[in-house]
Structure formats: structure tokens, C-alpha cells
Design a protein around this ligand. Structure first.
Ligand SMILES: [Zn+2]
Length: 57
């Protein structure tokens, strides 16, 4: 299946324990800045800031 060149897959990494909890996509044309989201981390058992991390293809 063809993938658009400007959409990239990323991980969302917990800023406290470093665990990769979520995977998502980001359009680097529409969203040139790095993502940082508050998400639930099952390892920390609370909501913490998750930072974007490049996913290997
Ligand atoms: Zn965590």
C-alpha cells in the first residue's frame, strides 16, 4: 500500500519512564513541530507527558 511521503509514523515516549506507549502518525507539512501529548502511561499508572520519537521503518 502506498504511503504518503509527508506522513510519518512516530512513537510517543513517556517522559518519566521512557516507555514507548503509543504509536501515531504526524504530517510533517501540516505539523512541523514535534508532538508532545499528555497520555496515560500504564507503567507509571498516571497521565504523563509523552514526547515524539521517530519510528524505524
Ligand atoms: Zn511512564
Amino acid at each position: 500500500m502506498a504511503r504518503k511521503w509527508n506522513v510519518m509514523q512516530i512513537w510517543l515516549q513517556c517522559s518519566e519512564c521512557g516507555r514507548l506507549n503509543y504509536t501515531t502518525t504526524r504530517n510533517k507539512v501540516n505539523n512541523p513541530t514535534k508532538l508532545s501529548l499528555k497520555k496515560y502511561c500504564p507503567a507509571c499508572r498516571k497521565h504523563v507527558a509523552h514526547k515524539e520519537r521517530q519510528k524505524l521503518k
